[in-house]
Design a protein around this ligand. Structure first.
Ligand SMILES: [Zn+2]
Length: 305
């Protein structure tokens, strides 16, 4: 079996405006770095997430707001811009996760990487923010549960805390949220005291890292803590918010993680538990580091195929 790469050219058409770090060139760099791997991957084009699938996470009003903002090419907040094609791109970014789940459940692929934009992990139930319109990984988690993957582990190594994903599953014991991130930093959440509530108490785990933290600080979280959590939680599927802005070269954040460190994080995720693994592109704003690290992520995924 092969690793699936889920991509659609519509992702290039989500236009955030001149000088915005979350730009189409991010995906162009990724595609360029994937060129040597092109024939080894199963390329799949996503369909748009259906209204019913989005409703698994977002209420009607929120979906309508994104569609409306996009039709008027209006920003949703100071960071979060839309253009005419943003709504379709956002539907397919969420749909990429649906395609990924279908690919592993039908045994067409062993694992998948969804090279999407807009990203998703900051989008809360009711609100688009931080470059994110819909929460792609959350919609995928709920769809996966409908498909019989009852227990979902979400691993988020983006340098920013995935406040949206945490909020959506905060009181839910069927979805474990594991995040490492620079702290304090945008969006402000993600302290180690945020551990879930009600039924979900103990099913959110945050690992805040001080600015300047590097490979030696972050690797034990993945090689030791993640492995322990996965062995206890026993997920049916593992979804990964793969943000590459933890790289030392990233212009938006201040961790000091190397390319090799990122490869080791990915390897630790691949080894943490025997369940299908679906990766979703989140952040990463140094174009060269992003392209190189995504290609190395996929090579590492293939090594476990
Ligand atoms: Zn980020």
């Amino acid at each position: 079996m092969s690793v699936a790469l889920i991509y659609d050219p519509i992702f290039l058409e989500h236009d955030t405006g001149t000088g915005h770090p979350e730009c189409a060139d991010r995906l162009r760099s990724i595609l360029q770095h994937l060129e040597p791997l092109r024939d080894t991957l199963l390329w799949l084009e996503p369909g748009p997430a259906s209204h019913e699938q989005l409703l698994l996470v977002h209420p009607d009003e929120h979906i309508a707001l994104v569609e409306h903002a996009s039709s008027l090419q209006r920003p949703i907040d100071a960071d979060t811009q839309t253009s005419y094609d943003s709504y379709e791109a956002a539907l397919k970014a969420a749909g990429a996760g649906i395609t990924a789940v279908d690919a592993v459940s039908s045994a067409k692929a062993s694992a998948a990487f969804a090279a999407v934009r807009p990203p998703g992990h900051h989008a809360t139930t009711h609100r688009s923010m931080g470059f994110c319109l819909f929460n792609n990984i959350a919609v995928t988690a709920r769809y996966a549960q409908e498909m019989g993957y009852e227990k979902v582990l979400i691993v988020d190594f983006d340098v920013h805390h995935g406040n949206g994903t945490q909020e959506i599953f905060y009181d839910d014991s069927s979805v474990f949220y594991f995040s490492s991130h620079q702290y304090p930093a945008y969006p402000g959440s993600g302290s180690s005291y945020e551990t879930g509530s009600g039924e979900g108490e103990g099913y959110t785990l945050n690992f805040p890292l001080a600015a300047g933290s590097g490979d030696a600080d972050i690797l034990p979280l993945y090689e030791e803590s993640l492995a322990e959590i996965a062995a206890t939680f026993r997920p049916d599927i593992i979804l990964v918010s793969a943000g590459y802005d933890l790289h030392r070269a990233d212009p938006l954040a201040s961790l000091n993680v190397t390319t090799e460190g990122i490869v080791q994080i990915v390897a630790a995720i691949m080894e943490c538990y025997d369940a299908p693994k679906l990766f979703f592109l989140e952040g990463g704003y140094n174009l060269e580091a992003l392209g190189e690290c995504v290609a190395k992520t996929i090579k590492t995924m293939q090594a476990y195929d």
